[in-house]
Design a binder for this molecule. Structure first.
Ligand code: NOJ
Length: 533
């Protein structure tokens, strides 16, 4: 069914989306791992929080070598997480509660257990089966050297050598992530058609859209040349511009095709790219009107928590996307980076940062648990599961510290997350003070702050951002004047208290502030929303 484009803003252009790391949200089956039925049981929590949508990390059939980002069948549900009926029920119940559901699409690579890859290993070099992946002969005598010098984002080389049917060492295959995640060859039409079949499969079931994993990585430079930046390994620190693995021009054609496909389902289905592309103009190219609807702007997440760095990150992102007519999608946390409360130095800083982000124009993504102010956990080495820990030779702890299951209730682990004795990653005993139950009863809690911010945002905020000039050094402020009431956001990321001359009424603050209607006293690392006089 085609639809006629209209100029009105769509739901996603100012939505707040809660990212649910499925393994760590809520467990209903009692195996210590979060699942779809657990998520369904907590939909009332998400509705009460006030978000518009939920993004669910991969629930597909998978050997879980990278916790679901290694997909063995993109059109089947892993029994660990439930059944297809659970997905249908999730969509129906979420929609009933006023929430949309985004799934996580993983197009860059598959699991090594996907039938395609099993077939590729069994087939000969040059075969149709191998052509779906990036198999190449090695370099040097006997082909003993990898085909190029690309590394894996998770550490170590980006190539794995296979054993051919005759028992001899053979070709190599590319895996930008773990060896269990072979990269697909996106110049292959069969690969493109299969991804579109996956999109339709879920869209037909009523899914509202997708977060697209490694959206800048699908297409590789012709000929797979050596990497001019071979020393850089981690996903969030590689230079994307000029690297042959990332941000290749050919990837845009993929998204033009997908956009046409989504548009055929109406104007409300959405594609959100995970885009580690630093240059604002190159980033904006992905959200041109006929490509992805949205793309994470990691600029803010990566910026130092200072007024100057935030102003630059916000200003550059807004300017670049304005040139293509798209909003900026803000994000301060996810399952790949250290928890915000630890990264920014304190819970106070994370409260201030979240309040400030929620005052920006455009959609925002919140990582479940950040609304509780959860800190990064130093997961004991024996419990670490992220492949980065092994691949780095135990030099990088990996991402388990931000993936510890949520504390819901009670005074001891597993805090209502599961009926099993322990969750899949151990929760700190100190989280007793941070449970949803504890915070719901505390008007000064981070949970109550975020709920309040979402309610005010929904009721009042609108219009573009206009910077407030002349604020004290180190302080950042902006106005939003197009909503049902004007709101001014003032952020003090510094370690000192400041006084700001501003006439109006206090709406919300991340910390106890002093205000007499004309002078705002902001404590260190705090943020306030005012309704100006
Ligand atoms: C990005 C995902 O967020 C991360 O968790 C995953 O390991 C990589 N992509 C590979 O799929």
């Amino acid at each position: 069914m085609a639809w006629v484009a209209d100029a009105g803003p769509r739901w996603w252009s100012s939505a707040v989306v809660q990212q649910v790391y499925l393994r760590s949200f809520a467990d209903s089956s009692g195996d210590g791992v979060g699942d779809l039925a657990g998520l369904r049981s907590r939909l009332p929590y998400l509705a009460a929080l006030g978000v518009d949508a939920v993004w669910v990390t991969p629930h597909y059939e998978s050997p879980q070598e990278d916790h679901g980002y290694d997909v063995a069948d993109p059109r089947a549900v892993d029994p660990l997480f439930g059944t297809l009926a659970d997905v249908d029920a999730l969509v129906a119940e979420a929609h009933g509660a006023g929430l949309r559901v985004l799934l996580d699409l993983v197009p860059n690579h598959t699991s090594r257990q996907r039938q395609w890859f099993v077939d590729a290993l069994a087939a000969a070099p040059g075969s149709r089966e191998r052509a779906r992946y990036l198999f190449r002969d090695g370099r040097g005598p006997g082909g003993d050297e990898p085909p190029n010098d690309w590394g894996s984002v998770f550490g170590g080389p980006g190539w794995e050598r296979v054993v051919e049917a005759d028992g001899r060492p053979g070709q190599w295959y590319l895996h930008l992530f773990a060896p269990g995640q072979p990269d697909l060859d996106w110049s292959n039409e069969e690969v493109r058609a299969d991804a579109e079949q996956t999109l339709r499969f879920w869209l037909d079931r009523g899914i509202d859209g997708f977060r697209v994993d490694v959206a800048h990585g699908l297409v590789k430079a012709d000929g797979l040349p050596d990497d001019p930046f071979p020393q850089v390994m981690t996903e969030s620190s590689f230079p994307t511009h000029g690297s042959p693995q990332w941000d290749q021009p050919g990837v845009h054609e993929v998204y033009r095709r997908w956009r046409r496909l989504l548009d055929s389902y109406g104007p409300d289905r959405v594609l959100v790219g995970e885009l580690w592309v630093r240059d604002p103009e190159r980033h904006a190219a992905y959200v041109r009107p006929d490509e992805l609807h949205l793309a994470f702007a990691f600029q803010l997440l990566e910026a130092e928590f200072t007024a100057a760095a935030w102003r630059e990150a916000i200003g550059d992102s807004l300017a670049a996307t304005a040139s293509v007519g798209s909003p900026v999608t803000w994000v301060l946390g996810n399952h790949d980076v250290a928890r915000m409360a630890t990264r920014l130095g304190s819970v106070e800083a994370s409260r201030a940062a979240q309040l400030a982000m929620l005052a920006l124009p455009g959609p925002a993504f919140l990582y479940a648990g950040d609304e509780l102010g959860l800190p990064e956990v130093d997961v004991p080495a024996a419990h670490r599961q992220d492949p980065i820990w092994e691949r780095s030779g135990h030099t990088a702890p990996g991402r388990d510290g931000c993936r510890v299951p949520l504390p819901w209730s009670g005074s001891a682990p597993p805090f209502g997350f599961t009926t099993a004795a322990t969750a899949w990653l151990p929760q700190p005993a100190a989280w007793a003070a941070l449970t949803v139950e504890a915070q719901e009863g505390d008007p000064l809690s981070t949970l109550v702050l975020v709920r309040g911010a979402l309610a005010v945002r929904r009721a009042l905020l609108g219009g573009p951002l206009a910077w407030r000039e002349g604020l004290p050094d180190g302080v950042l402020g902006w106005d939003r004047v197009g909503g049902s009431a004007p709101v001014t956001c003032v952020l003090n990321p510094t370690a000192a208290g400041v006084e700001v001359a501003l006439a109006g009424r206090l709406v919300l603050a991340s910390a106890p502030v002093g205000y007499d209607g004309t002078t705002l006293e902001l404590p260190p690392t705090s943020c306030a929303w005012l309704s100006p006089a």
